[in-house]
Design a protein around this ligand. Structure first.
Ligand code: ADP
Length: 379
C-alpha cells in the first residue's frame, strides 16, 4: 500500500509540439480509489503509464510512497496494471495466467503459510484469489474458452495475486457490454474495499468515475481541471468544462446578464428573467450589469403543475420541442421564448406533448454562474 505523488510532472512525447501531461500536481492517498477522467486524448493514460514506468517523465518528480521512481524500472515499482485489452497469454490456462507473475518473481507469494514449497504457495495463492472473484471453476480453461467478462476477471485476478502496492487500471471495462460493465464496476469497488490498496483508474466515462472514485481528477488537454469527491465535483464545478463533463444529461448553459432592480438580483436570458437567491447575491454583486453564463442542471428544472408553493420569480415560459420518456423520468427538450434550447429531467407523471407551451420553474438555489471569458465559476 502506498501513496502516489505527482510533483510538477510533465510529459512531451518525442516529435510532439504540445505536452500530453502539463505540470501535473496530484497527491493520491494511500488506499484511495482515485479516478482519472476526461475526454479521449486528455492525457489520462499517459499519466497512468508514467506511474507504471511505461513512459518516461519529461520533467518533475513522481513518487510511490516516499520513493522517487522517475528512474525505477517498471518491474521494481511494485505496481500491477490491468488493461482494456486484458493482455492474457492465449496458450496458458487461467491458472497459469494468474500464476505467471508470481513464478517470474523470486520471492514467496505474500501471506503464504509457513512450510509450503514455493510451487505449493503459488497454487494456494492463485486458488484463494480465484475463489474470491468467482474463477475457481474455470482454472483449467484457456482464455478463448471464456466470455469477455471472465477474461477481464482473470486479468484482475492476475493483478491481485501479486498483492501490489498500487493497482493501475486503464479503461478495464470498455470491452464489456453495458450490463456486464455495471456488474464488474461493482466487483472492482468491492475488491477495493476488501483489498484496501491504492487504486488508480482511468476512464472517459463520467458515470464510472462518479460511481467508483473516492476522488476524481478531471483532465483536459493535459491539464488537471479539478480534483475532488464526486459530490463536490457535481455540486461545485470549478469551470464550465467540469460542469458540462460531469452529469448526464449535461448541465444547461444560458448566455445571460446579471441585473439589479429594487435591491434584488436577476438572471436575464433570452426569454426569461429569474431571481438570484439571497445566498448568492453577495458573490455575484460584483458582476451586476455584466454578461455571465448561467448554469442549471436538468433535474433542477420542473413543471410548475407538479410543484407546490411555486415562487413566481423563478417561473419560465417555454415551448416543448422533444419528449423522451425514460421510464423512471422524462427528458424534455425545451425552448425559451428567446429560442435557447435546454433540457429538463422531470417526473414521469408529467403529461406534455411536443409543440405545447408550458411553464417550468428553475430551482435557483442550485444555480451556477460562470465568467464567459475565463469559463471559471463566479460562485
Ligand atoms: P487519453 O488516455 O486521455 O485518451 P493519452 O494519454 O493516450 O490520452 O494521450 C494524450 C496525448 O498524447 C494525445 O494527444 C496523444 O495523441 C498523445 N500521445 C499518446 N501516446 C503517444 C505516443 N506514444 N507518441 C506520441 N504522442 C502520444
Amino acid at each position: 500500500m502506498a501513496s502516489v505523488t505527482f510533483e510538477h510532472v510533465s510529459k512531451k512525447y518525442p516529435g510532439n509540439e504540445i505536452y500530453s501531461v502539463n505540470d501535473l500536481n496530484l497527491d493520491i492517498r494511500d488506499k484511495e480509489f482515485l479516478v482519472l477522467v476526461g475526454p479521449s486524448g486528455c492525457g489520462k493514460s499517459t499519466a497512468l503509464r508514467m506511474i507504471a514506468g511505461l513512459e518516461e517523465i519529461s520533467s518533475g518528480v513522481l513518487r510511490i510512497g516516499d520513493r522517487v521512481v522517475n528512474n525505477v524500472p517498471p518491474k521494481d515499482r511494485d505496481i500491477a496494471m490491468v488493461f482494456q485489452s486484458y493482455a492474457l497469454y492465449p496458450h496458458m490456462s487461467v491458472f497459469d495466467n494468474m500464476a505467471f507473475g508470481l513464478r517470474m518473481r523470486k520471492a514467496m507469494p505474500t501471506g503464504a503459510p509457513p512450510g509450503l514449497s514455493r510451487d505449493a504457495a503459488i497454487k494456494a495463492r492463485v486458488e484463494e484469489v480465484a475463489k474470491n472473484i468467482g474463477l475457481d471453476q474455470l482454472l483449467t480453461r484457456k482464455p478463448r474458452q471464456l466470455s469477455g467478462g471472465q477474461r477481464q476477471r482473470v486479468a484482475l485476478g492476475r493483478a491481485i495475486v501479486r498483492n501490489p502496492q498500487v493497482f493501475l487500471m486503464d479503461e478495464p471495462l470498455s470491452n464489456l457490454d453495458a450490463k456486464l460493465r455495471v456488474q464488474t464496476r461493482a466487483t472492482i469497488s468491492r475488491l477495493h474495499r476488501d483489498l484496501q490498496t491504492t487504486m488508480i483508474y482511468v476512464t472517459h466515462d463520467q458515470v464510472e468515475a462518479m460511481t467508483m472514485g473516492d476522488r476524481i481528477a478531471v483532465m483536459r488537454d493535459g491539464l488537471l481541471q479539478q480534483l475532488d469527491t464526486p459530490q463536490n465535483l457535481y455540486d461545485h464545478p470549478t469551470n464550465m468544462f467540469v460542469a458540462g463533463f460531469i452529469g448526464s444529461p449535461s448541465m444547461n448553459f444560458f448566455d445571460s446578464t446579471l441585473q439589479q432592480e429594487g435591491g434584488e438580483g436577476y438572471v436575464v436570458g433570452g426569454g426569461f428573467r429569474v431571481k438570484v437567491p439571497q445566498q448568492y447575491r453577495q458573490a455575484l454583486s460584483a458582476h451586476t450589469g455584466q454578461k455571465i453564463v448561467f448554469g442549471l442542471r436538468p433535474e433542477d428544472v420542473s413543471d410548475v403543475r407538479m410543484e407546490r408553493d411555486v415562487d413566481e420569480s423563478t417561473v419560465v415560459p417555454v415551448s416543448v420541442d422533444v419528449v423522451e420518456p425514460m421510464g423512471s423520468e422524462i427528458y424534455l427538450y425545451l425552448l425559451t421564448k428567446g429560442n435557447q434550447q435546454f433540457v429538463a429531467r422531470v417526473d414521469p407523471l408529467t403529461r406534455v406533448n411536443p409543440g405545447e407551451q408550458m411553464q417550468v420553474t428553475f430551482d435557483m438555489k442550485k444555480m451556477h454562474a460562470f465568467d464567459p471569458q475565463t469559463q471559471q465559476t463566479l460562485m
